[in-house]
Design a protein around this ligand. Sequence first.
Ligand SMILES: Cc1cc2nc3c(=O)[nH]c(=O)nc-3n(C[C@H](O)[C@H](O)[C@H](O)COP(=O)(O)OP(=O)(O)OC[C@H]3O[C@@H](n4cnc5c(N)ncnc54)[C@H](O)[C@@H]3O)c2cc1C
Length: 548
Amino acid sequence: MTLAVKPRASLEGQHFHAVIIGGGINGVAVARECARSGKRTLLVEQNDFASGVTSRSTRIIHGGLRYLEHGELELVRESLRERERLLRERSHLVHPMHFVVLLNEQSQRSAMKVRAGLWLYNRFAGRKSSASVGEMELKRVQRALDAGHQWSMFSYEDAQCEFPERLVAEWLREAIEAGAVVRNHSEVLAVDVVHGRARGVLLRDRTNGKDERIDAAWVLNCTGPWADRICQRSSVRTSHPMVGGVRGSHIVIGRFSGAPTAALYTEAANGRPIFVLPWNDQVLVGTTEVPDTSDPGKTAPSAEETEYLFRAVTQLFPKAKISAHDIKYAFAGIRPLPYAERKSPSAVTRRHFLHDHSSEGAARMISVIGGKLTTAASLARECARKVGISVPEPKAIAVGPGHNLDPLLDNAVVEIARAGSVSEESARGIVEWHGKRAMDIARMALVSAELRAPICPHTSHIVAEVVEAYRNECAVTLGDVLLRRVPVALGPCWSESCSREAALRVGAVLGWNEHTLGENLESFEMERAAFLRRPSPRGTTALEAAAD
Ligand SMILES: Cc1cc2nc3c(=O)[nH]c(=O)nc-3n(C[C@H](O)[C@H](O)[C@H](O)COP(=O)(O)OP(=O)(O)OC[C@H]3O[C@@H](n4cnc5c(N)ncnc54)[C@H](O)[C@@H]3O)c2cc1C
């Protein structure tokens, strides 16, 4: 694999206040919090930042309407506060989104229960009533639904972060600016535990194969579904597993006739909740809950899960004649839920826990268990306090009526288009993904036509964004760029020819020779195929038969 990485300074023997293992949304948020307090901080990620569960989620920033069923009122309150903060502070990445709860005569939840739940949810969210989806849209959804059922619809508002990968990239940059040292493609082989205390970590830098030993006052295990594996490697014995891994899968299908512009929240035939969401010019359908303790890095949707999700969406929209060929890809992630023996996965709390390993012979080692995209920032504050850092509570944010920041974005788009001499469409893409960094990218784009060129013929995102990712966002591989920093390869029409075209355009600017280009392309295609699974032709035929 070719790693276009600048030589890295050795970390051997260096001392940090906090070493954070795992660069998902939680690890990056914790590193940012520790570094901002002025403490020496190291963040280590075995693959790439946000390549784990964080990029395999449903991407909703929500209070968790469903958690009310389980009486998790405090979690809902906290999540709504954090949702509000993200909507205001990261308005280019996190957008308000209308949701419609759909019930029919077979639904396990009654209309009364949903109404009561929404009343409470709206009160917590500071709204007097549900934000209503327009009559026209409700009628459009109604027309597209299976006419053989009596549908009831209830609308409310939550939010969506289409690209948590970009949120992680921004927080990562803020961590670095605050002084954090960060290493992706570097694996922690073990935590050093001596005389009952965590003293540091042994890591292997995969870009050069070198092993380095690092000292630390605190070791924070933020590896999500890998958390128990870190303990096993370090001979830290817990009385029971910390994580009860539950696989969740999604399918992504092309936009179909009658596809809703609001997010739909309904029940599959087995009563499990299902989301059908507009996402990235496609439709995201999820999710499943399958206990899974296998290697989280190799997780993939099973044929049964793909069939279950496909059947759910075709039964909901029979008139759209969605075919198995419309499935662009499927992907899966392991929810790092707190271990709970004999509890059904949906009943396990979505709260996070900080597991202190002092009583297991590893003082000053903390494992972060659970959490959500939505609450990563509050988790990070709690975690930083646990390691002796004083973190003030951020200014209270009033949860209240939705906000519309579109006019501000519109102004920025015009300014960026002018500054970079790029189309308004490209400028919009740059503003939405790069926020306040958009102007730096526009200035870079002005330098040459190659930098202003689209990454592939089907996207308005430009090569300058890729260069920015390599230069300033710690991207090492082409996969780091096209799947996460500038995630155009998640788009509706990405194909092998787009990958080739993108590699050619990027390679021309970065000066890759034929060999480097070939290696980058090959490893990118391998990563893409392992992550975004396309049903095989046989699988497609079986899906068509099963949905009939
Ligand atoms: C199907 C599904 C849907 C979800 N939907 C939502 C949603 O809509 N909204 C929401 O708020 N939340 C959602 N979540 C939850 C959310 O995605 C996760 O809680 C969150 O992403 C966990 O982040 P993390 O940083 O803890 O884990 P990860 O993102 O998995 O990060 C852990 C990192 O640790 C690294 N690592 C592991 N071992 C090592 C090692 N030895 N050395 C170095 N690094 C290592 C891994 O490579 C990985 O990148 C969903 C989760 C799933 C699975």
